[in-house]
Design a protein around this ligand. Structure first.
Ligand code: CP
Ligand code: NVA
Length: 307
C-alpha cells in the first residue's frame, strides 16, 4: 500500500522510531542505501521559497542513487491551470515519489489521493513533518532517548511548526509544551489528535500562556519565525502579539542546565530569539539543519520500501 507523509501523525510511534534509527545509520554511512539507483527521479515541487529543504532533498536523492527534479510552481502548470490530482497522475508515470512544499494541506491530500507513488509534505501552512524528523534526530543525538523529555515551543502554536511539534513530539513520547498567546494556541483538532496519541505513548501536550512557566525544567527549547511564509500581511500584529514569547538568555536560564535550543531556520535574530541564544553554546541549530539530509533520506528509503 502506498504510504505518504502529509502530517506527522501519518507515522506510528514505531514507524517514527524506525525512520530515526535508519537516519542515524545513513548518517554514519552516507552511501549505504541506493534504492533509487537506476536512476529513478523524485519530483520536488516548491510553491514557496526554500534553502534547506531544496538542498537536502536534492543532495539526499542523489545520495540514494536517484535524480532530483526540482520544480517551481511559478513556471509549471500546477497552481495555475492544473489541479493537484491531474498533476499527480502525470508525475506518477515518471517519478518514484513526489515531494511538495505548498500552502493548503488540502492540496497535498488531493495529490496523495490521486497517485500511487509516495507524496511527502515538504511544509504546508499546517505541518512541517520533514523538519520534525530532523529535529527529533538532533534531540536524540544530543539527549539519547526521546520519550520522557520535555520540549517547549515558543511562538505561533497554530503554525506549521507549532502543530508539528505537538504531533511528532507526543508520537515520540515527549512532554510537549506550547507557549503562546491564547489566540495563537494550536488548532483544537490538532490538540485532540495529540492528546489521543499521547494517551498511548506516555507523552503529553500542555498549552501555556506564561512563557516563564513553560520554560521551567525543559530539556529542549524551540522556536520559529513569528511571520511564516504567507503571513506577511499580518507582520505588525504578529510582532506585537508574540513579543513576550522571545527566547532570551533568561528563558534558557529557566530550562535544564543542559537544555538545547533548536530552530528550524531561517531565524529573525532579535525577534523570536536573541542572537546570544541561537549563536550560543546551547544552540544545536546547525546539526539540526544538517539532519534534514539524513532524516529525509531515511524517510524516502522507508516510504519506497512500503511500495
Ligand atoms: N527549515 C526549512 O524548511 O528551511 P527552508 O525554508 O530553507 O527549506
Ligand atoms: N513557519 C515557517 C517555517 C519555515 C521553514 C514558515 O512556514 O515560513
Amino acid at each position: 500500500m502506498t504510504r505518504h507523509l502529509l502530517r506527522d501523525d501519518d507515522l506510528t510511534p514505531a514507524e517514527q522510531s524506525e525512520i530515526l534509527d535508519l537516519a542515524l545509520e545513513l548518517k554514519r554511512d552516507r552511501w549505504a542505501q541506493k534504492p533509487l539507483a537506476g536512476p529513478q527521479t523524485v519530483a520536488v515541487i516548491f510553491d514557496k521559497s526554500s534553502t534547506r529543504t531544496r538542498v537536502s532533498f536534492a543532495v539526499g536523492i542523489a545520495d540514494l542513487g536517484g535524480s532530483p527534479l526540482i520544480i517551481s510552481t511559478a513556471n509549471s502548470q500546477l497552481g495555475g491551470k492544473e489541479t493537484p490530482s491531474d498533476t499527480a497522475r502525470v508525475l506518477e508515470r515518471q517519478v518514484a515519489a513526489i515531494v511538495w512544499r505548498t500552502y493548503a494541506q488540502s492540496g497535498l491530500e488531493e495529490m496523495a489521493a490521486g497517485t500511487r507513488v509516495p507524496v511527502v509534505n515538504a511544509l504546508s501552512d499546517d505541518f512541517h513533518p520533514c523538519q520534525l524528523l530532523a529535529d527529533l534526530l538532533t534531540i536524540r543525538e544530543h539527549k539519547g532517548e526521546l520519550a520522557g523529555l520535555t520540549l517547549t515551543f515558543f511562538g505561533d502554536g497554530k503554525s506549521n511548526m507549532g502543530h508539528s511539534y505537538a504531533l511528532a513530539g507526543v508520537t515520540a513520547g515527549m512532554h510537549v509544551r506550547i507557549a503562546s498567546p491564547e489566540a495563537y494556541a494550536p488548532r483544537e483538532d490538532v490538540v485532540a489528535d495529540a492528546d489521543r496519541i499521547a494517551a498511548s505513548t506516555g507523552g503529553s501536550l500542555t498549552l501555556y500562556t506564561d512563557p516563564n512557566e513553560a520554560a521551567v525544567g525543559a530539556d529542549v527549547i524551540a522556536t520559529d519565525t513569528w511571520v511564516s511564509m504567507g503571513k506577511e500581511e499580518e507582520k505588525l500584529a504578529r510582532l506585537r502579539d508574540l513579543g513576550a514569547y522571545k527566547v532570551t538568555r533568561d528563558i534558557m536560564g529557566l530550562a535544564q542546565d543542559d537544555a538545547v535550543f533548536i530552530h528550524c531556520l531561517p531565524a529573525d535574530r532579535g525577534y523570536e530569539v536573541d542572537a546570544e541564544v541561537i549563536d550560543g553554546p546551547q544552540s544545536v541549530v546547525w546539526d539540526e539543519a544538517e539532519n534534514r539530509l539524513h532524516a529525509q533520506k531515511a524517510l524516502l528509503v522507508w516510504l519506497l520500501r512500503q511500495q
